[in-house]
Design a protein. Structure first.
Length: 458
């Protein structure tokens, strides 16, 4: 059994080191930092694409990167590698968050889920309708899905900047709304932006997915094995014609959300072998039996945490500091014309601006009001209608997924892509600024708890 011997002072980390490690963990999981990095990368891309070195920007992302295996060569441009491959990890993160919310969060019961789902539905239908109002029958009509999505990284980052002015219930409402919005965006991408389907590719992806599902059922989880199988799912979907990033969502569905071992029995078994007097200082180096017990303890603690949570925590820094910045750098660069007013008033740009800035706030606020007034739902505790309107305004920040859908909707049409990106950037800036000002003007209650939320990426 573990004994109560005191551990020498020099054998543990000092308070300064503990504080530094804690600060670093908060930094890599900070919603504000993630939003700032995304904004900086988007600004760099825009400035670069409109500088004297603009040609180098577009040339860089169109450069080919090939992988050769024997006689086979797989080649994509850097831009495609980011959008087709790296973004799979973004959608994996989205899928894990959706699954967590469905199992234990705000989407786990109809009573809790109905309000954010209805708000998300309103925030998708109205923007799409406004866009089609201006673009019906034109070559830009295929872009109706662009103003439907909300960028939760930016939206929650702005809420975090407001600090105690924003109650936790409002953050939870926005997170649940954006996750429901993500589900809608994934369905739109899968159903409406897939031109043809090749059965062989789907069959290959299904085989790899079933292996992941079987391993989860058997209680087997290994990051490397799952990564290799994820590549198989990705390749199958890529060859099938369905956008390959959906592989991330499929993988999230199969990742186990339960402990892989019985915590009580496993911990007790290890504790019976551990002896504190034999593991502090340098004693552990010469005691092989205790070394094995400590290693087993690490394995047990690892197995107690559900794979869904493990994967979510390990992915979050990579998505925040690698995937999303690269996506912003490769997609936000748009050459702005000399007459900015004209570039904003074409049907595609104007349709996106109306959809994101007007459609989101009208759709979300109206859907929420109708559901509350009908008695089918009630506002979360501590939230006012002005705050609902402010959150609906922030939902008009459609940066990440909107840019992603743009590439799918207008594939190969650089003129329409440039118009759409101009509209997305302008509408997102406008929505973020107005939403921030609106929420900042809300009176702060005398006591307003603001516990930390788990980070959300989409």
């Amino acid at each position: 059994m573990i004994l109560g011997n005191s551990i020498p002072e020099g054998a543990v980390r000092s308070p300064a080191v503990e504080n530094a490690l804690t600060s670093f963990k908060k930094f890599i999981h900070s919603q504000i930092i993630g939003a700032i990095i995304l904004l900086v990368c988007a600004a760099i891309a825009i400035l670069w694409a409109n500088s004297l070195w603009a040609e180098s920007y577009f040339h860089l992302w169109e450069s080919e990167l090939s992988i050769t295996l024997g006689a086979s060569t797989f080649s994509l441009s850097l831009h495609q590698w980011v959008n087709e491959a790296l973004m799979m990890f973004f959608f994996l993160m989205v899928g894990l968050e959706v699954k967590e919310q469905v199992l234990v969060g705000e989407l786990s019961s109809l009573r809790h889920a109905i309000l954010p789902i209805a708000a998300a539905f309103g925030g998708m239908i109205v923007p799409a309708a406004l866009f089609m109002l201006l673009n019906h029958g034109s070559e830009g009509a295929t872009g109706w899905g662009i103003p439907m999505a909300t960028d939760i990284a930016f939206a929650l980052g702005i809420l975090a900047l407001l600090g105690k002015r924003v109650p936790l219930s409002l953050k939870v409402f926005l997170a649940a709304l954006a996750i429901a919005d993500d589900i809608g965006a994934i369905l739109v991408i899968s159903l409406f932006y897939t031109e043809q389907i090749i059965i062989g590719g789907i069959a290959l992806a299904l085989v790899f997915w079933l292996i992941v599902l079987m391993l989860g059922r058997l209680g087997i989880y290994n990051t490397f094995i799952y990564f290799v199988l994820a590549l198989g799912i990705w390749f199958g979907l890529y060859t099938s014609g369905i956008h390959a990033t959906i592989a991330g969502v499929l993988l999230a569905i199969a990742v186990p959300a339960r402990c892989l071992t019985d915590p009580k029995l496993a911990l007790q078994r290890v504790f019976d072998r551990l002896d504190a007097s034999r593991i502090h200082g340098h004693h552990l180096l010469e005691d092989k039996e205790q070394q094995e017990a400590v290693i087993e303890l690490n394995e047990v603690v690892h197995d107690i945490e559900p794979p869904l949570v493990q994967l979510e925590h390990s992915l979050q820094p990579w998505v925040t500091f690698v995937v999303m910045p690269l996506f912003a750098l490769s997609n936000a660069g748009v050459a702005l014309s000399g007459n900015l007013v004209e570039s904003l008033l074409n049907p595609v740009s104007l349709g996106i601006i109306l959809g994101l800035f007007v459609g989101k706030q009208v759709g979300i606020t109206t859907a929420t009001w109708l559901l509350v007034k009908s008695g089918l739902a009630k506002l979360p505790e501590g939230i006012t209608w002005r705050q609902i309107h402010g959150v609906a305004m922030l939902a008009g920040i459609g940066f990440t997924v909107a840019l992603f859908v743009t590439e799918l909707a207008f594939e190969g049409n650089h003129h329409l892509i440039a118009e759409a990106k101009t509209g997305i950037i302008f509408a997102s800036l406008l929505s973020g600024i107005v939403g921030y000002v609106l929420l900042r003007g809300v009176d702060v209650p005398a006591s307003n708890p603001t516990p930390e939320m788990s980070p959300v990426t989409t």
